[in-house]
Design a protein around this ligand. Structure first.
Ligand SMILES: Nc1ncnc2c1ncn2[C@@H]1O[C@H](COP(=O)(O)OP(=O)(O)OP(=O)(O)O)[C@@H](O)[C@H]1O
Ligand SMILES: [Mg+2]
Length: 249
């Protein structure tokens, strides 16, 4: 395993949002994290990336040299250890350009790949923007003026800028057309092939999930109801029930 999520529980006030959530992620694997609205997926990502402390449980990241206890670490440290993420609500500085937004990500790098000096930083930013296939003609446009598909790619570029070993995507395909979704999922798979990263992929678009994921963990009301092969997930009565329940709601 490269990531081990063990028995995570989290409440906000009296509301239990996650209860004993556990699963593993193998090195180089793309694992879907799916479940109805409000299931606790984003909360889980916030725990893995140090935004929230769990009430109980552990998150271990295995790197070449060591085992890191992410549940005790702050977000910037976790990012430096090579855990990149994208945000469900894009966290973009709208008055800055596409390039400048990516540059901000590049300035916050992986501890094993320090990019020193202005020229190197510029080159690294260009590399990241190319890796996510943003048309260079858009690099110097203001973020507020570019289409949503480009915004999603900026989020992706910033995650890549950390030279991550693990990337967490939180609904990177939401708001995109079918064609844009296919392009983005192809980019994610190509990036995984090239860099050998591991990926957690939260997404409501099940077609996208089926395209990119080897396995899924299904969360419903803060509990894991399925963990295994993507093709078996939708044969599982508990999973079917959770999704039918959502349609009725
Ligand atoms: N900071 C917070 N304070 C109080 N409640 C919270 C907080 N963050 C999340 N919640 C609650 O936790 C529950 C799970 O939210 P979360 O955003 O993790 O779900 P999700 O699975 O990501 O849903 P969606 O698919 O809609 O993004 C919701 O009921 C939400 O209102
Ligand atoms: Mg969410």
């Amino acid at each position: 395993m490269m990531l081990d999520v063990i028995d995570i529980s989290k409440s906000f006030g009296g509301l239990s949002v996650l209860g004993n959530v556990g699963f593993g992620l193998k090195s180089g694997q793309i694992k879907g994290v799916i479940g109805p609205n409000g299931a606790g997926k984003t909360t889980l990502f916030n725990i893995i990336t140090g935004v929230y402390r769990p009430d109980s449980g552990q998150v271990h990241l295995y790197t070449n040299e060591s085992r890191l206890s992410l549940h005790c670490m702050r977000p910037h440290r976790i990012a430096r250890e090579g855990v990149g993420r994208t945000f469900q609500k894009p966290s973009i500085v709208w008055q800055l350009t596409v390039f400048e937004n990516a540059l901000l990500g590049a300035m916050n790098q992986h501890r094993r790949q320090p990019v020193c000096g202005r020229k190197k930083l510029k080159e690294w930013t260009e590399y990241c923007l190319e890796a996510v296939s943003i048309d260079p003609q858009m690099w110097h446009s203001e973020a507020s003026k570019v289409p949503i598909a480009v915004i999603k790619k900026i989020e992706f570029a910033r995650a890549i800028a950390l030279a991550p070993t693990l990337v967490l995507f939180d609904e990177i395909c939401s708001g995109l057309s079918r064609m844009e979704t296919d392009e983005l999922t192809a980019l994610i798979m190509a990036y995984r092939e090239k860099e050998g990263v591991s990926v957690l992929f939260v997404e409501h678009d099940l077609r996208a999930v089926k395209n990119v994921c080897d396995e899924v963990v299904v969360i419903d009301f803060g509990r894991v109801i399925f963990d295994g092969g993507i093709h078996d997930a939708f044969k599982d009565p508990k999973v079917i029930e959770a999704y039918i329940g959502e349609e009725r709601a």
